[in-house]
Design a protein around this ligand. Sequence first.
Ligand code: GCO
Length: 454
Amino acid sequence: MIDPKTLSARFPGDFLFGVATASFQIEGATKTDGRKASIWDAFSNMPGRVFGRHNGDIACDHYNRMDEDLDLIKSLGVEAYRFSIAWPRIIPEGTGPINEKGLDFYDRLVDGLKARNIKAYATLYHWDLPLALMGDGGWTSRTTAYAFQRYAKTVIARIGDRLDSVATFNEPWCSVWLSHLYGIHAPGERNLDAALHALHHTNLAHGLGVDVVRHHQPNLPVGIVLNAHSIYPGSESAEDMAAAERAFEFHNGVFFGPVFEGKYPDGFMSALGHRMPEIEEADLAIISQKLDWWGLNYYTPMRVSHDATPNADFPATVAAEPVSDIKTDIGWEVYSPALANLVRRLNSQYPLPPCYITENGACYNMGVVDGQVDDQPRLDYIADHLSVTADLIAEGQPIKGYFAWSLMDNFEWAEGYRMRFGIVHVDYNTQVRTVKKSGHWYCELAAQFPRQEI
Ligand code: GCO
C-alpha cells in the first residue's frame, strides 16, 4: 500500500486535495421547496432507462442532511469541496420565475463551507436541465444557451461572492454525445443531427456563462470541466491509427478546439460541418474567452479501431479490446499511464490554462462488514493515479489539485445505485455514512497539507 506520507512528499505544498459530488446524484428532495422536474427525473421514471428504475427522489438525502455532510467533509480534512447547483431549484421552469428557496439552499451550503474553512468549487451545470426546457428542444435549441446565461447570472449574483472557483459545465461530452447520440443519458436521444445541435449550443452556453462571471465577479476563477478521452488505436495499422486521430477530434477536439482555439477541428468540420446548426459570427469568440483553469475528469482509456462499415458516420470507429485485464466493478479498464499520456498530449496541442483533476476514482461495490468497508482496490486506484499525477507535476505539467470522485456513494446515472464510487459508504435504507478504508487513507494524505484557518 502506498504510504500517504511518502506520496504527499511528491506534491508541492500548495497542491489542493478535495472531494466532489453533483446535485442530482446526492440531493434527493426533488419536489421540495419549489424544485421542479429535470430531464433526469423524467428519464429515470421511464422504464428501461436506469437500472432497476432507480431515481433521484431520495438519493443521499443530502438536501436534508447538508450540515452533517459538511461536517463529514470537514472530518476528512480536505481543502475543497466540488459540488454542483441544480438549475431546477433556482429557475424551476428553466426560464421564468426565480425560486428564492432554491437559492437559499446554496447560500447555506457556501456559508457552511466557509464556516468550516473549506473552499467552494461550484459547477453550474451537471446535467439536471429543467424538464420544461425540453418543450423548446432542450440543448438542441439555441434558446437553451440563453436560458443558461440567465440562470448563471442568477446564481453568480447571489453566491458568487463566496465561491472560490466556478465551472460552467461538467463533462459536456456526456450531456452532448452520451445523451443525444448514444442515448444512454437523459434525454436519451440517438440522433447525430440532434447531437451536433446540442454540441454547439452547449459550447455557446459555456461562453455565455464565462461572460456572466467576468461581468459580475471578475475575480472569481472560471473554468470548464472536460472528461477528455485518452485514446489509443486498437492496433498499429495505419487505418487504426487514423481512426484514433478521428476519434480524438470527435471526442476531445469538438470541445477543446472551440474553447481554447476558437475553432472546431478541421476533419470533424469537413465530415459533419454541413450538419451543424448555424454558427453565428460572434459565437466562437464568445466560446473561446480565456479561462483561468480547466478541469480534467479521468477514469479509463478509450481504445478504438477503424470501422469499415460503408458510409459509417464520422469518426467511423468501433471499440477495441482493453490491454489491461484489471477492471473496476463497472467494467472500466484500469490503466493509469493513459492519464499521463492524455495530459501531455492536451498540453502540447492546446494553449491550456492550469489544470485541476476535478474527478478521478473507481467503482467498487463492497459493503460494510463489522462497521468497516475494506475497499483496498479503490485505495490502490487512487494512489496509483495520484502517483502518475505527481510524476506529471515533476515534469512540469501544470496540475494544481485533485478531487476524489466521489465524497460518497450516490446515484450513478444510468446505473442507478448499484454502482458505488464513494470514499464514504452510504446505506440507502438508513442513510448512515461510513468512511471507507480509501476515505481514511485520503484523509491521512490531506492531513499532510496543513492549512491556515481563515
Ligand atoms: C461525471 C460524473 C459523475 C459520475 C462519475 C462516474 O462527471 O461523469 O461527474 O457524475 O458519477 O464520472 O461515472
